[in-house]
Design a protein around this ligand. Structure first.
Ligand code: 13P
Length: 389
């Protein structure tokens, strides 16, 4: 029997060019062994965590805005971007009684994961009490991608394993990495590959440290293209993402996806109905996403609160191979912020507004949302050109 060498050939791809030799590098038996080792001791827990987050009638509240982005939100209601104002806002959201009925996970920024309420209770504890899983944004944001069409790539792989291990100790059970793809900028083959490779490396590292990775290649709404073009780009992006997830031996049962819905560009001359968006989005997902993946948790991407809920509802009009739900930031928080205005006397009304949105999306996850009784504020679009998170 010929002996098998485990060392990688010198041509093994590490992130820059086409991974032509990767598949050929290791014989199938070694690749299988690697998969078993990689899933490691966290396998059962990862599967349980992902299933719990993807449970009927529930979705994710994303409040992982970086300090800079949170500052913009606070500025919109006239508040300074101080740690105590960020704490007050997150406290309002995370201590809303009854939230756990509709929300299964909350994505936090690092500051919030380590923070407590003003009365000294860890935010993680507040979440656990409501059976909401704490999650953590682990990417380090977007920077220009040299050699591309003015596109970006997402930083954060350096030191990621030790950060994930530390976040797990703090109580986080899932992670998020958001990279973006721009249709008006191409997207270039380089940007798509870089996005997919980064997501796959991150996912493998997160799983290795007990965190379920949310895989989020956001296809920005920017552009005047038709919905067919978005479908084409989304299919390309997700095929690359799954290629590299498999190459990195990521356990599909222990991940969650956070895709953009397939819509026309925000500046396209015609708007699409929820039924058309659902049709295109589900076509893309069925062509690209294996049924082993437990949950598809959409981002809202600048849609109005009501649009995001109507579109989710349309996707749940017939059974899907996966739990199809929400992981919204703007589409869960917009009315809440406007209602709150940073005033303690508005806190109760703001919490009510959060529960209204959370319940509406929970109903949409079950395919039973009617769209009745929504306010004009909730119908206002939130698209911003070149939005950063
Ligand atoms: P929205 O597009 O729903 O605002 O959120 C994006 C995101 O990645 C939040 O985690």
């Amino acid at each position: 029997m010929s002996s098998v060498k485990l060392s990688a050939p010198s041509s093994l791809w590490i992130g820059g060019g086409r991974p032509l030799t990767r598949r050929a590098a290791f014989p199938p038996e070694i690749r299988r062994v690697a998969a078993v080792i990689r899933a490691g001791s966290y396998t059962d827990e990862l599967v349980r965590t992902a299933k719990t987050i993807a449970s009927p009638g529930r979705g994710i509240l994303a409040i992982d805005e970086s300090n800079a982005t949170c500052g913009k939100r606070l500025a919109s209601i006239g508040l300074d971007n101080t740690e105590s104002n960020r704490q007050a806002y997150r406290q309002l959201l995370l201590t809303t009684p009854g939230l756990g009925e509709y929300i299964s996970g909350a994505i936090l920024f690092e500051e919030t994961l380590y923070q407590s309420t003003t009365y000294g209770k860890k935010f993680v504890e507040c979440l656990n009490e409501q059976k909401i899983m704490p999650g953590i944004k682990v990417d380090k944001g977007l920077v220009p991608l040299p050699g591309s069409n003015n596109e970006t790539w997402c930083q954060g792989l350096d030191g990621l394993a030790s950060r994930c291990a530390e976040y797990y100790k703090q109580g986080a059970r899932f992670a998020k990495w958001r990279t973006v793809v721009s249709i008006p900028c191409g997207p270039s083959a380089l940007a798509v590959k870089e996005a997919a490779w980064g997501l796959a490396r991150y996912a493998a590292i997160a799983q290795d440290n007990g965190l379920v990775p949310i895989v989020e290649p956001e296809i920005l709404l920017d552009g005047d293209h038709a919905i067919e073009r978005t479908l084409e780009v989304a299919e390309n992006v997700w095929s690359e993402v799954f290629y590299y997830l498999a190459e990195n031996n990521v356990l599909f049962e222990g991940i969650l996806l956070k895709p953009s819905m397939v819509t026309p560009g925000a500046e396209h001359k015609e708007k699409a109905s929820p039924e058309i968006i659902a049709k295109y989005t589900l076509t893309m997902l069925k062509r690209r996403v294996p049924p082993a993946v437990p949950g598809i948790m959409f981002l809202s991407g600048g849609q109005s609160e009501v649009e995001a809920t109507l579109n989710l509802n349309a996707m749940n009009q017939s059974p899907n191979p996966w739990h199809v739900s929400f992981s919204y930031a703007r589409a869960l928080q917009n009315t809440v912020l406007k209602t709150w205005q940073g005033r303690p006397e508005n806190a109760e009304a703001a919490r009510k507004a959060l529960l209204i949105r959370a319940k509406a999306n929970s109903t949409a996850q079950l395919g039973q949302y009617s769209g009745e009784g929504e306010t004009d504020d909730a119908k206002k679009g939130m698209f911003q050109k070149g939005y950063t998170y």
